[in-house]
Design a binder for this molecule. Structure first.
Ligand SMILES: *[C@@H]1O[C@H](CO)[C@@H](O)[C@H](O)[C@H]1NC(C)=O
Ligand SMILES: *[C@@H]1O[C@H](CO)[C@@H](O)[C@H](O)[C@H]1NC(C)=O
Ligand SMILES: *[C@@H]1O[C@H](CO)[C@@H](O)[C@H](O)[C@H]1NC(C)=O
Length: 456
């Protein structure tokens, strides 16, 4: 050593000076006379440790290459309201420190050492989406190889912003981004690379992921666009993490009870409309459904309008509709059997159009009850007023299809009244059938939708 470089403090200055003079990285070879079977003499690394405040490069025009990868070890929480994804990552960084190198042959065959990370310069890689990133544990260590390659792993609990779309809630997939970038160093000073292929990251994460709970990792993709802020260009690597919700819990807790209630409500069309129990029964169901909705409010994401919210609203509307229809029919039957009002002509023609045997309502009571038993027009309870009507002299065919309109006063009062009664009764049957079919259509559509969504 030259004079002036003999003290330890002067060593790094001396190294720099000798580098500038000779331009050789040999100058940074660590004197490993301090290495032995018992350990390493800290003095040998002191020059490196002293430099940790500065980016370790021979010349500042050379960018530091940092290769990174990560393992997604847990998906802890997906908060749709705050649009946050909380996950646990093991971040892995590799870079070269040109000031570290030793000859393993001279140094009792030591190829790599562990060094406390707080003594080394660390790249300031962070995740741009993170709102909150846990501090690295203070006692982390890094592997240092004899060529000066440093490998640093740190765990991090990352709460990152993610644009969550809950429209398909229950069967939804989310695509969250982790953008790794240096906070300060532009592309002239730091270049990012990968030390694993993306599929390797995906495989490892899938294998290691701790939470087998609500979310399942679908895949990870990568993109490497540069980011420019003003005149500065930063290198960055973006990872798109696709995750999918496991719907089983929600199907059991949300869809099944709701479907039961709707099915019971649909089946309640078979209750006789004249019986006193029909309206209270439907009101009870409606109440039950409301209690269910109240309890389920906690399970549903509270932001946006998921499709399932629309589904529940539709179920509720159908139940309300069926209740209203029951009230209406009860009222109509009451009215028809006491004082039937004149039927508006448009309603009359609509009814004739609709209830004619060849048109959309194939079941007209006068043709005899031979149709399929499922049609509400044949419900046992609803037969009663028809039979009541049928006792009146005069053919029923003539009553319904050839009934004199309310504006024509051709026949006796009694006959016209009976005609009106039968018209109103038929009208209520048409309404009943309509709502019942609406129900069946809705149930079929929702079942098909659920099956399709579940299988995609
Ligand atoms: C390494 O250091 C020892 C003293 O610790 C010294 O005797 C030896 O000459 C040094 N070797 C080199 C190559 O500088
Ligand atoms: C980073 O990765 C590239 C390509 O895989 C490789 O050439 C380079 O040596 C790596 N650098 C470091 C510091 O690991
Ligand atoms: C996630 O979104 C990005 C664009 O924002 C897209 O390039 C990528 O393919 C998406 N990944 C998946 C799995 O949908």
């Amino acid at each position: 050593m030259k004079g002036g470089c003999s003290t330890r403090r002067g060593l790094s200055l001396c190294l720099t000076v000798s580098l500038l003079l000779q331009g050789r990285s040999d100058a940074f070879t660590i004197n490993c006379s301090g290495f032995d079977q018992h350990g390493v003499d800290p003095a040998a690394f002191q020059a490196v440790f002293d430099r940790k405040a500065f980016r370790p490069v021979i010349s500042f025009s050379i960018p530091t290459h940092v290769n990174l990868s990560f393992t997604l070890s847990a998906i802890l929480e997906v908060d749709a309201q705050l649009q946050l994804l909380t996950s646990f990552l093991w971040i892995n960084l590799i870079w070269d420190n040109p000031f570290i190198s030793w000859n393993p042959e001279e140094c009792v065959s030591i190829n790599k050492l562990t060094v406390s990370a707080k003594n080394l310069w660390l790249p300031d890689i962070f995740i741009m989406e993170s709102m909150e990133m846990s501090q690295a544990p203070p006692d982390l260590i890094a592997y240092v190889s004899s060529e000066g390659r440093i490998r640093y792993d740190r765990p991090a609990r990352v709460t990152s912003i993610c644009n969550l779309d809950i429209f398909y809630f229950l069967f939804d997939q989310q695509n969250c981004t982790f953008t790794f970038s240096s906070f300060l160093y532009t592309v002239d000073s730091m270049v990012l690379g990968m030390n694993k292929e993306v599929w390797e990251i995906t495989e490892t994460s899938r294998h290691i992921i701790q939470t087998q709970r609500e979310w399942e990792l679908l895949g990870i993709n990568k993109a490497t666009p540069k980011m420019s802020v003003g005149s500065n260009v930063y290198d960055q690597i973006m990872f798109y993490v696709a995750i999918r919700r496991r719907p089983r819990l929600y199907v059991i807790n949300l869809l099944v009870p709701s479907s039961f209630l709707v099915a019971i409500d649909a089946l309640s069309f078979y209750l006789p409309a004249e019986s006193e129990t029909c309206v209270p029964f439907k009101i009870t169901l409606l109440l039950g459904y409301n209690v269910f909705l109240l309890m389920m409010n906690d399970l549903l994401p509270s932001s946006g309008t998921p499709l399932i919210g629309v589904y529940f609203a539709l179920c509720l509307s159908l139940m309300v509709l069926s209740l209203l229809e029951t009230i209406f029919i009860t009222y109509l039957l009451h009215l028809a059997t006491t004082w039937p009002p004149p039927m508006p002509r448009w309603l009359h023609s609509l009814l004739l159009h609709c209830a004619s045997p060849t048109k959309c309502c194939p079941t007209v009571p006068q043709k005899g009850n031979t149709g399929p038993g499922l049609t509400p027009a044949h419900l046992p309870g609803l037969k009663e007023p028809l039979e009541l009507v049928g006792k009146v002299p005069g053919s029923q065919e003539a009553e319904v299809n050839g009934c004199p309109g309310p504006t024509r006063a051709g026949q006796g009062d009694e006959a016209q009244k009976q005609c009106l009664v039968s018209l109103w009764v038929q009208f209520s049957h048409v309404m009943d059938t309509l709502v019942f079919r609406l129900y069946l259509l809705f149930m079929a559509t929702s079942i098909i939708t659920v099956i399709v969504l579940w299988n995609t």
